[in-house]
Write a protein that binds this ligand. Structure first.
Ligand code: C2E
Ligand code: MG
Ligand code: MG
Length: 755
């Protein structure tokens, strides 16, 4: 540990320490500035090098906020970014612009390092090493050349599109420092608000309200700067009371912009009478010109910016603006010891409202929701719209997590009050995810965390709020890793294959079909289960590429089986997410059928029940065009979700697959057997074929045969097999595949009969 306060202890204990004790005197000798600051940014160490580079003595600097001392407004973000790296334990070095006591800005090469604190923990101190431009002491500049340098610098910043507030602030500070004034102020003229104080430097006590009207009028009318070397002798304009109270004795006011369309007033003030003040006018004028130009282009920029940063429907800030402000909060959060948080609010089942009432009413509802939630926000929090029915709140200044949970509760409560739409009343609910800054994440990462928490809330039954925690973080990181590996795998086209599991007639024992199951073998991780990568593919949009890949591959491999007597075709799993884009799956199936030369009826598409319900409307259209094509449809995992047979017929399914969770209990639980019995009867009444999934034992097979189930699939017959293996099995099936129906109690025989 670097010990900067005590006398050096070079005892044996220090040999293992990552840092050695360094005597202070030694650090004073180095040519670099060495500064240590605490978590509150207060300087706790300031070596000679820092004194030389920045001009402040150690006595002056100690205990002051480092940012107030040497960090210009425009560097804050860059320093914040470096700081985050350091806090996260990563190497943090770069060149940033800092300024010295005289207000001169110059590039400085800095390296930062957190002195303690690990992971989520905020370090109690950060040490910085800095080397300025050339290690020789810089010659003092004349005030004229400093002035020129400042104007050049300001106009460079303006051209680079620096925000107006930052330019105002810089101009006021430079006016004060270059002209050695006691205070400086910048009054801006805003078209809709009139004159407002934009920046003040060195003003004793409270900042001035709005400038002296008289001075302003004088400058506007005379079109000349107002130069007062001693207010005691001034006759044209009287000294406003608030300035007299602060002991102002001399002033220069120059106009920003032209008198026809004034943009503001830049002023410097002195508490003692001055001589030759008129000499300061050119410098102030030059600053004013740069600002006027920046304001002009700024107004144009501002309108464009506003349009691109706000949502047109609700007028709320959009994702980009939210992220921008969030990042700003994160860069400076430890300043006040409070942490920002972000909350993602997703309206539940909004699609249903939208579809049943029409899009106009949907828009209207979103506006009503916006108005109601906006009222709940605390002052200073930012309420934004991220997308269709997704909103977000940036909570600045969080004292504890309780605050944000309370806001979430209020949001949930407010949505429960009915909304009136076309004389109809609607109640809404929302799923909310919250992520509180952990001091290492970026804005994007934090928003992603809140989103993950929101999804968690949805899975846990909606209408609730969830806080992002460590476990979720691990899951999210795992998902991100899986996603990029899957993307690469799809691009390489080597790691993903298909296995086939036979569908066996429970009457004849013949193999009548096969389910194609996606397999992924990662070069380092080995096989990855579909239950792990399919959901990731669904969330990331990769499901479209994956689905197309599997369908083409399976159709190609299965093509030859069209000639095997009794073999009716293969079943391919399709995610309901693929159905969202109308015509996508039908188009894909059509291409596959044509490209691989198979009959449409050779293909069965399996869809999972629960997902179908969520996307019911888009699914209905998509399924319609698939049946028109002649492709068969199977409802997968039946019995795990809503289990409503009513829409089975409605959606024109040909087949229903009873989930293995129901099958598992058929022997021991008579109630499950009764449920399966009912499903089989109903399905047959609707002219649907029934498949039992996950058959593992002879008893299960016998039980389903007795109930009249048509087909079976499971390890009792065979596990999923590679194409060649399946081909062999298909062409030479085992002789006694079905258990004899009577007189056998049978033992477990999980898939042992596979050749
Ligand atoms: P699923 O469509 O219900 O597939 C049946 C699952 O049950 C397969 O798991 C299969 O290996 C497993 N299984 C088969 N027989 C038995 C048995 O006797 N006992 C037990 N315990 N399990 C058995 P798998 O291959 O891990 O796939 C899991 C799920 O992933 C599939 O469930 C399906 O929903 C999804 N999936 C697989 N491939 C694809 C694909 O290409 N696209 C899409 N969208 N989803 C896929
Ligand atoms: Mg399936
Ligand atoms: Mg299934």
């Amino acid at each position: 540990m670097l010990d900067l306060t005590s006398t050096p202890d070079l005892g044996p204990g220090n040999a293992q320490a990552p840092w050695v004790a360094v005597p202070r005197e030694l650090l004073d000798e180095v040519d670099a500035a060495v500064i240590v600051r605490g978590a509150d940014w207060k300087v706790s160490y300031w070596n000679r090098g820092a004194e030389r580079l920045y001009g402040y003595t150690s006595a002056h600097a100690l205990g002051r906020d480092l940012r107030d001392l040497i960090v210009p407004e425009l560097t804050l973000a860059a320093l914040g970014a470096l700081n985050r790296e350091a806090v996260a334990g990563r190497p943090a070095a770069g060149v940033i612009e800092l300024h010295d006591q005289a207000g001169r800005c110059f590039p400085v090469r800095v390296g930062l390092r957190a002195l303690d604190g690990e992971g989520d923990q905020q370090p109690s101190a950060v040490i910085g090493f800095a080397v300025g431009p050339g290690s020789q002491p810089r010659p003092a500049l004349s005030s004229v050349s400093v002035g020129h340098a400042e104007i050049a610098q300001l106009s460079w910043l303006a051209r680079r599109g620096a925000p107006l507030e930052a330019l105002f602030d810089r101009a006021a500070r430079k006016a004060a420092s270059v002209l050695s004034a006691d205070c400086a102020s910048l009054i801006g003229f805003r078209p809709d608000e009139g004159f407002v104080v934009e920046a003040v430097v060195g003003w004793p006590g409270r900042a001035p309200q709005v400038p002296s009207d008289e001075a302003l009028r004088y400058v506007l009318r005379s079109q000349r700067p107002l130069v007062v070397e001693d207010w005691e002798h001034e006759r044209r304009v009287s000294l406003p009371d608030h300035m007299r109270a602060r002991g102002i004795r001399a002033t220069v006011d120059v106009l920003i912009g032209d008198p026809e369309s004034p943009a503001g007033l830049l002023s410097v003030h002195y508490t003692t009478p001055q001589r030759s003040l008129r000499e300061h006018v050119p410098f102030l004028d030059a600053l004013g010109n740069v600002l006027a130009e920046a304001i002009d282009s700024g107004h144009v920029r501002e309108t464009v910016r506003r349009q691109s940063l706000h949502d047109t429907l609700t007028g709320l800030p959009n994702r980009a603006l939210l992220l921008d402000h969030l990042q700003h909060e994160l860069d400076f959060e430890d300043h006040r010891g409070k942490r920002p948080a972000v909350m993602v609010i997703d309206l539940d089942h909004f699609v249903i409202v939208n579809d049943s009432l029409g899009h106009q009413s949907g828009d209207e509802l979103l506006r009503l929701v916006t108005a109601r939630l906006e009222r709940l926000m605390r002052k200073g929090d930012m309420f934004a719209r991220l997308g269709a029915d997704e909103f977000a709140v940036l909570c600045r200044d969080l004292r504890s997590e309780v605050t944000v949970v309370r806001i979430a509760d209020r949001v949930l409560g407010a949505l429960e009050e009915p909304f009136t739409l076309q004389t109809e009343e609607r109640v809404l609910s929302a799923s909310i995810g919250i992520a509180v800054s952990n001091r290492t994440s970026s804005a994007e990462e934090l928003l992603r965390d809140a989103d993950a928490a929101m999804n968690h809330a949805k899975h846990r039954g909606r209408g609730r709020a969830e806080l992002f925690d460590k476990e979720m973080r691990a899951r999210v990181l795992g998902r991100v890793r899986t996603e990029s590996a899957l993307r690469a795998a799809l691009a390489r086209d080597e790691e993903i294959s298909v296995q086939y599991q036979p569908l066996v007639s429970l009457r004849s024992g013949e193999i009548v079909g096969a389910e194609a199951l996606a397999r992924w073998r990662h070069p380092d991780w080995g096989p990855v289960a579909p239950l792990e990568f399919v959901p990731v593919a669904e969330d990331s949009g990769l499901i479209h590429a994956l689905g197309a890949h599997i369908m083409h591959l399976a159709a190609r491999e299965a093509r030859a089986w069209q000639d095997v007597a009794g073999f009716r075709g293969i079943a391919i799993n399709v995610s309901a997410r693929q159905l969202v884009q109308p015509g996508e799956v039908a188009g894909l199936a059509r291409r596959v059928v044509l490209a691989q030369g198979i009959r449409p009826g050779f293909l069965t598409l399996e869809l999972t029940e629960s997902l179908l319900i969520e996307e019911l409307d888009s699914a209905r259209d998509a399924l319609g065009s698939l049946t028109a094509l002649g492709v068969r449809l199977a409802l997968d995992d039946f019995g795990t979700g809503y289990s409503s047979l009513s829409y089975l017929r409605d959606l024109r399914f040909d087949c229903v697959k009873i989930d293995q969770s129901l099958i598992r209990n058929i022997v021991d639980a008579p109630r499950d057997a009764a449920v399966i019995d009912a499903i089989i009867h109903l399905a047959h009444a609707l002219d649907l074929e029934v498949v039992a999934e996950g058959l593992e034992t002879d008893e299960q097979v016998a039980g389903l045969q007795a109930l009249g189930c048509d087909l079976g699939q499971g390890h009792r017959f065979a596990p999923p097999l590679a194409a060649a293996e399946f081909d062999a099995l298909l062409r030479e099936p085992p002789a006694d595949w079905l258990p004899r129906l009577k007189g056998r109690t049978g033992s477990r025989s999980a898939g042992t009969r596979v050749p």
